[in-house]
Design a protein around this ligand. Structure first.
Ligand SMILES: Nc1nc2c(ncn2[C@@H]2O[C@H](COP(=O)(O)OP(=O)(O)OP(=O)(O)O)[C@@H](O)[C@H]2O)c(=O)[nH]1
Ligand SMILES: [Zn+2]
Length: 202
């Protein structure tokens, strides 16, 4: 079966060939039947034919992914992930609409206001009465299942993401995704390392 046929099993899936600066992908948009969110999948090659394909599960960060914000490492991670998949010639990027670790853009900007007053990224969410990380990966699991992928190499530094997928039944090994940290995001990365266990070298 083709990759497109596998993805057609997702709700409202629409796929199109998408040439990019990283190479040619099959881009698919589909609807999450649980909350109506529209997620995006980029697939290069035929990952179901590879024993442990490269997978990136990327959480939406409008500030970093679209506007090159230096407050976080998301934009650089997205760029690195697409480069790595492009160089390998095969892999999957699942772009989940989980802005602000699930709290949404306006709340993330509120959290940034608190960070500008001295709170760290974890404290700021808590001060807003919101979860530190409200994400779940059930919909990513549905995509991997649709693609017939059960064993994968996950591009991540987040141990929670790995254990969530393992709990959902996947066999996961980690591919680190190191980017250059600088002046503006160093404190953020230190908080993620210390309080959220992220596997980064600073
Ligand atoms: N609430 C909140 N969300 C943030 C902040 N900075 C980035 N984000 C969001 O965090 C999400 C990305 O999470 P990260 O912790 O950077 O990375 P990760 O996906 O958990 O881990 P990796 O797989 O290693 O990238 C995106 O949804 C961003 O919008 C912040 O200061 N506060
Ligand atoms: Zn970000």
């Amino acid at each position: 079966m083709s990759t497109e046929a596998y993805l057609a099993t997702l709700t409202d899936a629409v796929s199109v060939r998408m040439p990019t600066a990283y190479g040619e992908f099959l881009m698919t948009a589909f609807t999450d039947p649980n909350d109506g969110k529209e997620h995006i999948i980029l697939v290069m090659g035929q990952p179901h034919l590879v024993s442990a394909p490269i997978v990136r599960i990327h959480s939406e960060c409008a500030t970093g992914d679209l506007f090159a914000s230096c407050r976080c490492d998301c934009g650089e991670q997205l760029d690195r992930s697409l480069s790595i998949i492009g160089e390998a010639g095969c892999g999957v990027l699942i772009y989940l609409r989980q802005e602000g670790r699930g709290i949404g853009l306006k709340n993330k900007l509120r959290a940034y206001q608190l960070q500008d007053q001295g709170s760290d990224t974890v404290e700021a969410n808590l001060q807003l009465g919101l979860p530190v990380d409200g994400r779940c990966y059930g919909i990513a699991a549905a995509v991997l299942n649709a693609l017939n992928i059960s064993t994968l190499r996950l591009l991540t530094n987040n141990p929670d993401k790995i254990s969530s997928l393992e709990t959902l039944g996947f066999v996961v090994s980690r591919l680190p995704i190191q980017v250059d940290y600088q002046q503006y995001n160093l404190a953020y990365m230190q908080a993620k390392q210390l309080k959220m266990g992220h596997l980064v070298s600073l």
